[in-house]
Design a protein around this ligand. Structure first.
Ligand SMILES: NC(=O)c1ccc[n+]([C@@H]2O[C@H](COP(=O)([O-])OP(=O)(O)OC[C@H]3O[C@@H](n4cnc5c(N)ncnc54)[C@H](OP(=O)(O)O)[C@@H]3O)[C@@H](O)[C@H]2O)c1
Length: 290
């Protein structure tokens, strides 16, 4: 049996939808804090188990009979006991292989994205000490979060994102989910650290050029400092906490944390991952037709 956590979230859903095309639903278990939210999966024949990373007691029964477990990382800034509970429960329940979704980082980097990278480092220690086989998948920055990072006025006001000349090998959650599905059902076990990033990387200049092409208007890049970007996001109605968090991702991009391309995602998918232009066309073209 294969269990996928985070089944009610973006990445977990994409992974399960991909799994449904690869193996019978009866071999899949979905973990949800609220099983009602995963009703579509129950209807598709998947066993939905209730469990919460924050409650150890809720997990061993949910993990019982599971051989391979994909743990979707908990939201940023959540308590670090969540990972401790989950790994302990997986070991106690006899899980043999864990795949964990972390964030991409540059080889050898010690860059910190507050609320994010320290969880990945903790997870590495927990998994190494657990004695279970594991793979930490360092996922690219999601293309899906770009609209949030760029803000609602990007077409009108330009690309205001303080990532300098930094590049990112961004990928969609749907491609990452499909690759994760293929990783968790593979007959072999993947290495302890792998990176799923796009086969190409892009900068804010590329984003502006593509948006200009797609919208047939001039979308400039406007260089902002971190503080100016935070103020700009707040003026657009984003709460200060999220504005600062978005700026932290920009700083990581500027530092090159997401720049490394890796052939693995393309190899696993057996095709080119969805790229920036396709994503931006699908995202912004409909807005122009309203
Ligand atoms: N690579 C990137 O660019 C990027 C960007 C953003 C986030 N991330 C990371 O990737 C993860 C997955 O992304 P996503 O887009 O799928 O996020 P998402 O849509 O917010 O989904 C998060 C999932 O985790 C579940 N969850 C939250 N707290 C939990 C708990 N205490 N116990 C069990 N399940 C819990 C949520 O369940 P509920 O439905 O019950 O809330 C939901 O199913 C995020 O959690 C975050 O760590 C990566």
């Amino acid at each position: 049996m294969i269990l996928i956590t985070g089944s009610t979230g973006g990445l977990g859903k994409e992974t399960i939808n991909a799994l449904l095309k690869l193996i019978p639903a009866q071999q899949i278990v979905a973990l949800a804090r609220d099983p009602e939210k995963a009703i579509d999966f129950s209807n598709a024949g998947i066993t939905v188990k209730k469990g919460d990373y924050s409650s150890y007691e809720s997990l061993p029964a949910a993990f019982s009979g599971v051989d391979k477990l994909l743990m979707v990382s908990a939201p940023a800034f959540s308590d670090q006991s969540l990972e401790v509970n989950t790994i302990r429960a997986a070991k106690d329940a006899g899980v043999k292989y864990i795949v964990y979704t972390g964030i991409q980082r540059k080889q050898g980097s010690t860059w910190v994205i507050p609320g994010v990278t320290e969880r990945d480092l903790q997870m590495e220690k927990l998994l190494a000490a657990s004695g279970m086989s594991y793979t930490i998948v360092h996922n690219a920055l999601y293309l899906d979060v770009l609209p949030f990072l760029l803000g609602n006025s990007v077409i009108k006001k330009g690309v205001l994102f303080p990532s300098g000349t930094g590049r990112a090998a961004v990928a969609t959650r749907s491609d990452l989910g499909e690759a994760l599905a293929r990783i968790i059902i593979a007959e072999h076990i993947y290495p302890q650290h792998i990176t799923l990033s796009n086969s190409q990387s892009w900068s804010v200049t590329d984003i502006a050029l593509l948006l200009s092409k797609i919208t047939e208007t001039d979308v400039p890049v406007i260089e902002l400092s971190q503080d100016e970007y935070i103020a700009y996001q707040e003026q657009s109605g984003i709460p200060p906490f999220y504005a600062k968090f978005a700026a932290d991702w920009a700083a990581a991009m500027k530092a090159g944390e997401f720049e490394e391309t890796d052939p693995l995602l393309e190899n696993i998918l057996g095709r080119k991952p969805i790229g920036l232009e396709t994503f931006l066309r699908e995202m912004y073209k409909p807005l122009l037709q309203i």
